[in-house]
Design a protein around this ligand. Structure first.
Ligand code: 1GP
Length: 240
């Protein structure tokens, strides 16, 4: 079954914008999961992404298993490394960090993840992951030891996204990094959107209704909100 990617594709065709909340098992204690999920309304939130740059081995599995008890929203792994893969989620964004030049995150982690994925029924969604400088050094930059692309390097960003599409990725994810000071600028989203035919995810530093709308209007099919929700579990009422 390819239900999650099908939903993303059909929503794109209909022009229906999608929203995902990102939960980082490193930052949210399992005992708070029940309470936190009451603030994630399935009528407003399409997916819950789970992942982080520095989650300890085994923690994500316990986290997802518990989360599944309290929500029917599809759970999508967004792993910082292969150790976060587990069978309790519904899908996995199979990421390749295309903006970086570190083979570990271009292909090595992906190879290491194969035996783990083979033991699950996870829907695997290949995703070209592009880190754009969001004004501060973010965890993904630190952990991956890669340099984000400047938002001013429009051509480079567009060509990177197109290369990701030509390589067969099903999604492109424009990422300013969790907790970014500046979200991915509208110009960047618009230019990438013009050239790619596959769905576009945008995330990093989105905290306000205006930033969310700008991302959608510029061409994001799916927007991811993490830190703003982490800091204030009622934020979704304000920004949607
Ligand atoms: C991070 O794009 C996501 O990978 C979400 O970013 O935590 O800044 O919302 P924030």
């Amino acid at each position: 079954m390819n239900s999650i990617y099908s939903k993303i594709l059909s929503s794109k065709q209909k022009g229906k914008k999608l929203l995902a909340v990102l939960l980082d098992p490193d930052k949210l204690e399992p005992k708070k999961i029940e309470e936190v999920t009451t603030n994630i309304d399935p009528k407003e939130v399409d997916f819950i992404l789970i992942g982080g740059s520095t989650v300890k081995n085994g923690v994500t599995e316990i986290f997802v298993k518990k989360l599944k008890k309290y929500t029917n929203i599809p759970l999508v792994l967004f792993p910082g490394d292969f150790s976060q893969i587990n069978k309790y989620a519904d899908a996995i964004l199979f990421l390749s960090l295309l903006s970086g030049r570190n083979p570990e995150y271009l292909i090595e982690q992906q190879i290491q993840s194969v035996p783990l994925i083979q033991k699950t029924d996870l829907e695997v969604i290949s995703t070209g992951y592009i880190l754009i400088d969001g004004g501060i050094e973010t965890a993904v930059q630190r952990v991956s030891e890669t340099i984000p692309i400047s938002p001013n390097s429009l051509k480079k960003i567009v060509h990177t996204a197109c290369a990701g599409m030509y390589l067969g990725n099903q999604l492109i994810y424009l990422e300013a990094g969790s907790g970014a000071q500046n979200p991915v600028p509208a110009e960047v989203i618009k230019n990438v959107k013009k050239e790619i035919k596959i769905p576009l995810i945008v995330g990093g530093g989105i905290r306000t209704k205006q930033q969310l709308e700008t991302a959608y209007k510029s061409g994001a099919d799916l927007v991811v909100v993490g830190t703003a929700f982490e800091e204030n579990n009622n934020i979704l009422n304000k920004i949607i």
